[in-house]
Design a protein around this ligand. Structure first.
Ligand code: NAD
Length: 380
């Protein structure tokens, strides 16, 4: 079948859904690959690089959509893009169906099969297609790089002829995929790293990475830990203990990276105004939860600002795009693995098997029906 990647229309988006390397894998599955001219430019992949990989470069989005069977994108489609699609065509992109009811209806009306990369079930077999994780990993890494870039001191401790430098103290709040990546990066830069999560089972992982788990003196260690590895809202008592601990830590920390999220809710407010005010001038907060309202009360989504007491707060929401080449490579791999599951015979023929847990879970519209939310996967 014909698979084509669109140039992302979202301002500042540097990622692309198909790279020259991932195109090669798609071709091995028997598919023909197309890209809109300029689609990879911001990720460092020129039209010529695609041509050299055997990809056909198409001048415009209109022509690409008219030509292909499968449209691949990174960001959720614009309404105009879906409106141009036709019955039986497939779209693969991030979709966030819970936030995009109108897009879902439109895809259904157009007869488009929409595959949401953000809905790929997080089961072992699907890890290679888990774009939420591949992007969160980049975001966690990049958060530390941004913090280091805005912190006027070393991360690592040093003893030099010009003076002794203590290591930076970094607190990571939330140790999911992004938080663990941030911990690993901060430890590798030589910082003294502390981390907290409401799920006590991550303590071992945090400690094995060379960071210190921040324990709370609270009798119900499971408070805030929901099933399936995700967090649930904490009880008011637990939250009070947590905030009291953060208040104690705030004046000591040089860098705070917050990543705490609870599925389907706004980000919990965990780093309050008084904590920011208690931090030293020159400290940095990177709020990876900014897109969902932020974990820090003073975060401004999409912006970096400095408070009156000299704390830099970074609320960017485009960390993966800030590493466009790497993010495209990993996202391109997530997509080509998904397409491999859609092409079981490697004969260029897509079989949309709704009995398959992973395909079913990610499919949000199919056969003129809204198929989201999916039933729970049969295999854990
Ligand atoms: P997420 O982005 O939903 O949340 C980030 C972290 O914030 C989580 O660790 C959560 O516990 C934490 N958090 C929520 N409220 C908090 C609070 N008040 N204080 C401190 N921390 C708080 O998480 P994620 O990165 O998507 O990962 C969620 C789970 O999914 C993890 O258990 C992870 O290991 C698991 N996972 C499994 C697979 C797989 O098996 N294929 C893939 C990816 C992730």
């Amino acid at each position: 079948m014909k698979i084509g990647a669109l140039r992302e229309g979202f301002a500042g988006e540097a990622r692309v859904a198909v790279t020259p390397a991932s195109a090669g894998h798609l071709m091995k599955l028997g598919h023909e690959v197309f890209v809109e001219s300029g689609a990879g430019a911001r990720a460092g992949f020129s039209d010529d690089a695609y041509r050299a990989a055997g990809v056909t470069v198409v001048p415009s989005a209109d022509e690409l959509i008219a030509l292909v069977d499968v449209v691949a994108k990174v960001r959720p489609p614009a309404e105009g893009e879906i409106a141009q699609m036709r019955e039986g065509q497939t779209l693969i992109s991030f979709f966030y169906p819970s936030q995009n009811a109108e897009l879902l209806s439109l895809a259904k009306e157009q007869g488009v099969t929409a595959i949401a990369m953000d809905m790929v079930p997080r089961i072992s077999r699907a890890q290679k297609m888990d774009a939420l994780s591949s992007m969160a990993n980049i975001a966690g890494y990049r958060a530390v790089i941004e913090a280091a870039n805005n912190f006027g001191r070393f991360f690592t401790g040093q003893v030099t002829a010009a003076g002794k430098v203590p290591p930076a103290k970094v607190l990571v709040v939330g140790a999911g995929v992004a938080g663990l990546a941030a911990i690993g990066t901060a430890v590798s830069l030589g910082a003294q790293v502390y981390a907290f999560d409401v799920r006590p089972e991550v303590a071992e992982q945090i400690e094995s990475m060379g960071a210190e788990f921040v324990y709370l003196d609270f009798e119900d260690a499971q408070d805030g830990a929901a099933t399936g590895g995700y967090a649930a809202p904490s009880s008011p008592e637990f939250r009070e203990k947590q905030l009291a601990k953060f208040r104690e830590l705030a004046p000591q920390m040089d860098v705070v990276i917050t990543t705490a999220l609870i599925p389907g809710r706004d980000a919990p407010k965990l780093w309050t105004r008084d904590m920011v005010e208690a931090m030293k001038p020159g400290s940095v907060i990177v709020d990876l939860a900014a897109e969902r309202g932020g974990n820090c009360e003073l975060t401004i989504p999409d912006e970096k600002h400095v408070t009156e007491n000299g704390v830099t707060i970074i609320g960017y929401t485009d960390f993966p795009s800030r590493m466009g080449a790497q993010a495209s490579e990993l996202y391109g791999n997530n997509i080509r693995h998904f397409v491999a599951d859609l092409t079981p015979k490697k004969d260029g023929v897509i079989q949309h098997n709704m009995e398959d847990d992973v395909i079913r879970g990610a499919t949000v519209t199919h056969d003129r029906d809204i198929t989201w939310p999916p039933p729970p996967p049969k295999i854990a």
